[in-house]
Design a protein around this ligand. Structure first.
Ligand code: DGY
Length: 321
């Protein structure tokens, strides 16, 4: 009997390929760093028993149909799985898995990198020094937001939101959060207070987004909510781009209706909304939240363990459906 095929849509760090080979699977690796493209994916997926996807690959009815009845598991190399039509997978009896937990700290660290960079105008400062235009220290130069005593507003307080909130301890910030659930850890450890979103927004000096992308959270931060933010506030997005109406945000930043923003994710990723790249008060990163070597290796191990479990007839460690 020939080995079952597992299609991996991108180069991944070890040990996923090694673990899957040791477990006896035939690996079909899209040996590149860029997305394989829809046509390639549709051409290579037929006959696969397992599919390892990245957040940029859309897994929908068309892809499932192309894969055929052999497909039993889609293991997403990400904690977010908005790229996957989970209901279609369930209907096709395909298990979906993700990589929760292992990227919490890396993503929370990166959110803080953006908070500090946007609040203290780090990238603008770097550009000024490199430009050769810097004439020396000046009392009014690149003044930013002091974090000590400021209010951090967390939109969503799951694993990553909690980790971002706990990291605020060192900065002496007041923490507010908006979430369906009470978060005892944040309340007990940093005295966080839960508020409805529309009360949290005008109170926050730093508004940081930590919700998954769902039909309910698409454009959660829209023109009306941007208008309710403080003019001195900064907005941070390490969650998913479409949570913000980016065209409205570009306008808010351009007109300085909010002070600054820091992004790791984009509404039309990897394309940028027109105007965003020209804004000096936006710090823009290329979706690096989980991009720490140790974290990516743990994600790699998790996807392999999930695929192996399902294809061996066991319950996967990280099921989505
Ligand atoms: C995720 O895991 O959802 C991140 O966005 C990519 O690591």
């Amino acid at each position: 009997m020939s080995a079952e095929k597992v299609l991996i849509t991108r180069r991944v760090p070890p040990p996923a390929v090694e673990l899957l080979r040791e477990a006896g699977f035939a690996i079909d690796l899209c040996d590149q760093d860029d997305p394989p493209g829809r046509e390639t994916l549709l051409a290579r997926v037929p006959g696969a028993a397992g599919l390892v996807t990245m957040l940029s690959e859309r897994v929908d009815g068309e892809l499932l149909k192309a894969a055929g009845p052999s497909l039993r598991v889609v293991a997403n190399f990400a904690v977010g799985y908005d790229n996957i039509d989970v209901a279609a997978c369930t209907a096709a009896k395909v298990r979906v898995t993700n990589t929760p937990g292992v990227l919490t700290d890396a993503t929370a660290d990166l959110a803080w990198a953006l908070i500090l960079a946007a609040a203290r105008r780090v990238v603008e400062g770097d550009r000024l020094v490199r430009s050769g235009q810097w004439t020396g220290w000046a009392p009014l130069q690149l003044l930013g937001l002091q974090l000590t005593g400021a209010t951090l507003g967390l939109v969503g307080a799951g694993r990553i939101g909690t980790a971002v909130g706990l990291r605020s301890m060192g900065f002496g910030m007041r923490v507010l959060y908006s979430d369906d659930q009470v978060n005892r850890e944040l309340e007990q450890r940093v005295g966080a207070q839960r508020l409805p979103l529309d009360q949290l927004i005008p109170a926050a000096d730093v508004l940081s987004l930590h919700v998954p992308l769902t039909p309910q959270t698409r454009h959660l931060i829209n023109a009306a909510r941007l208008a309710r933010m403080k003019a001195t506030a900064i907005l941070i997005n390490t969650a998913r781009g479409p949570v913000i109406d980016e065209a409205a945000l570009v306008e808010a930043l351009r007109q300085r209706r909010i002070a600054a923003a820091g992004f790791d994710v984009y509404e039309h990723e990897p394309r940028l909304t027109p105007g965003l790249a020209e804004l000096p008060n936006a710090v823009l990163l290329p979706h690096l939240g989980s991009a720490a070597t140790a974290t990516r290796q743990k994600m790699s191990q998790m996807v392999a363990e999930n695929v192996i479990a399902v294809l061996s007839g066991r319950e996967p460690p990280n099921p989505v459906n």
